[in-house]
Design a protein around this ligand. Sequence first.
Ligand code: OAD
Length: 244
Amino acid sequence: MQSAVTRQISAELRRRLAKASNVLVLTGAGVSAESGVPTFRGGGNSAVWKGMPFDVISSATMVRRNLPAVWEWFDYRRELLKSLRPNPAHQEIARWQKRFADLSVVTQNVDGLHQLAGSKDVIELHGSIWRSRCQDCRSKIQISRTEPRAELCLDCGESLRPDVVLFGEILPSGAFELAAEKAGACELCFAIGTSGLVYPAAGLPEIAKAAGAYVCEVNPERTPVSDICDEVLTGKAGEVLPLL
Ligand code: OAD
């Protein structure tokens, strides 16, 4: 007997999956939810760190005012992430690299779980919690899962900050432009586990749709993206993606 989720998948989507060569996947916090990473929206509680709401501690202003506090918060989050593993959604997306000739994975997540699952060349729109960046020369340093992170830039000796897009900051140059180019060229676009509220990332399915792609959403809830989708698959990413 077919599951309720399987019944939602149209013959049209199956046909397109079978013949597509150029596919774009946009992911948000929901794709990591089943790994145990809390989402930003939905579920009621917004994150608070030592009495500061998430958008205060994770802000450009706080980097200027109190960089050690920002690091303390990011060190804490990295520590939590260390024990979390990719879930079936990350694993399925990583497998799609072999299935489609040209697969672009564009993520708003900073947790590195797509890469841990084996995805290559992930376009990270909001940076990575596993990298730091020099405040002066902007050189980037990978943060190890096992070694303590560097305090100062190895190139110029200036202080480092998390290489993550914080509230009040613009996206890293080139990342969105590349993602938009890929969105404009894909045949099939998936928006997975994103509330579709934060631009410019939320505009990628619109770009794909305007360029003629078939757009499909995977999310347990409706979002503003649902309205422009050709197909909405209601359910958890880790349960829906393996059925495709
Ligand atoms: P949100 O927290 O805004 O939205 C998470 C979405 O995932 C919601 O629509 C949920 O319904 C959905 N969801 C929850 N569990 C799911 C599951 N198991 N499978 C599939 N979907 C599920 O996260 P984003 O859209 O990623 O930016 O948020 C966008 C940006 O807002 C973040 O990157 C962050 C934040 O400000 C920065 O930090 C710069």
